[in-house]
Design a protein around this ligand. Structure first.
Ligand SMILES: [Zn+2]
Length: 74
């Protein structure tokens, strides 16, 4: 199942929910404040990918790891 990221419009809390493809956000409530006013964020596969296989040498040989690859998060 894909992992969707939501943000609460009430308190601003961000959380992730595993949902089937095609499921809507009508039954999603904020785990922090319990409100149902949540907004779906762009889906992220980062956490799923990170758990699978991060072994092996980095393709980039730079001493500063942040200089290569996944520096796009801000
Ligand atoms: Zn909330």
């Amino acid at each position: 199942m894909p992992l969707y990221e939501y943000s609460c419009r009430g308190c601003g809390r961000r959380f992730e929910v595993l949902q089937r493809i095609g499921a809507d956000a009508n039954d999603i409530v904020c785990p922090a404040c319990g409100r149902g006013e949540v907004a779906k964020q762009h889906s992220t596969f980062a956490s799923a990918v990170a758990g699978s296989s991060a072994s092996g040498p980095m393709p980039c040989g730079a001493p500063n790891a942040s200089a290569c690859g996944s520096g796009g998060f801000s």
